[in-house]
Design a protein around this ligand. Sequence first.
Ligand code: NAD
Length: 497
Amino acid sequence: MSKTFKNFIAGSWEAPTTGTWFENRNPADTRDLIGRFPDSGAADIRAAVRSARRGFEIWRRTPAPARGDVLRRLGDLLVRHKEELADGMTREMGKVLAETRGDVQEGIDTAYYAATEGRRLFGHTVPSELRDKWAMSFRRPIGVAGLITPFNFPLAIPTWKMFPALVCGNAVVIKPSEDVPHTTHRLVELLLEAGLPPEVIQLVHGRGASAGKAFVEHPDVPVISFTGSTATGSFIGETCGRLHKRLSLEMGGKNAQIVMDDADLDLALDGVLWGAFGTTGQRCTATSRLILHQKIHDRFLRKLVEAAEGLRLGDGRKPGHDVGPLIHERSRQKVESYVAIGQDEGAELLTGGRKPGGERLGHGFFFRPTIFAGVTPSMRLAQEEIFGPVLSVLKVRSFDEAVRVNNGVTYGLSSSLYTQDVNLAFRALQELDNGITYVNAPTIGAEAHLPFGGVKQTGNGHREGGWEVYEFYSETKVGYVDYSGILQRAQIDNYDE
Ligand code: NAD
């Protein structure tokens, strides 16, 4: 018998009012049923928001250092449960254990950073333009923060949002991806064990079009933070714009690695294999375009194809595997459709392009690492996010052309340049139109204490991670105290004479 999970609303585990559930299965072997999760509706969201408003009244008065202490204890619990969480995450999401351990580590780093931020949350004290007058800014919590998360980082992304929201004094309602509900379930259990007052956190499972939509439309959720596809982000953005909600969007990418003719090619090869095929290409920062200088193009491609063909597909929970499955069959069909599009457009399929045969991988959503050469900048292969193990290779004659190709897409998350030339390295930081640029490292690998996010259609100007996200989850308030005992009129009275 599979386990049936519940929502966490108003301090207890509750069945959905809809009476319906969805299944969560292992994408490496769909015969493995992880559990049934609530297919919640608008009534569940309403109950969660009501409770979160009560939780907010308690939590906003809890001193910020004490809020941080809860997250420090949570960090300790994540350390203790790292192996169990990583194993459960690979089981529901598919990426290999080394990667899910990294996903948990990112949650640990985010928890410890947030814990110390509870002792900062700085405002400013600045001189007033008038005598005997004090001027300062400080930060206040906003209210109920609504968090909507994607499938590809089942622990790290919920922590990126939840921990800063909580340290700033907000109550949280989270709707995790319906593809990976179990990891957030465990995270909420651990938050409660760490001592978070129950009504400060609410967990509502469900699908985007029902629970997610109801959530975004709820008038008592003034802050929404969303990570997911650009299409979903546009939809959420329209609603939030109409309702004047504070909104952070982290969306799709079409990230490129550039390899110049002076690069360390072995290093660049390791980088692109990890960037393109790690997480089966399902990272927002995945390398989906490889821009090669013409002088090393053919040589590099030969090595790359050979190395890609050596990657071992399989269940990420078993040792010896490099690439796990895609998240679901829809996703595999999308990848297959782009293989057909690439061939129609005239790109050359060098390897992959199909699912593996045989019984061993026959029950999962596996797809072979795929490389297309002869891709030109205007092809759909070079423009659209595929979110799978598909790499499009473009040839360029110069650094300037590489910059133009990199920048010629609607997305702007991450980019990477391999070169030995320090001048090009610094030009890349300035000229590549992305939120993150790596030099001599792949397009993936963000660190929790730095801001994370992209430009153009990847984001809407906010950042997760690091110090900047604390601005998003708090309201700046300004206080003036005039202790002169007389009326002093700003911009009118002055003391020049
Ligand atoms: P998705 O957009 O399908 O779903 C993301 C979340 O939105 C899920 O929880 C889903 O239930 C919810 N949702 C769907 N429709 C909704 C609606 N109408 N209203 C409210 N919520 C709704 O994305 P996904 O497939 O889970 O994740 C993959 C995408 O996420 C890729 O495009 C990837 O680039 C992006 N991503 C971006 C970042 C980043 O930081 N920029 C990080 C990770 C993933």
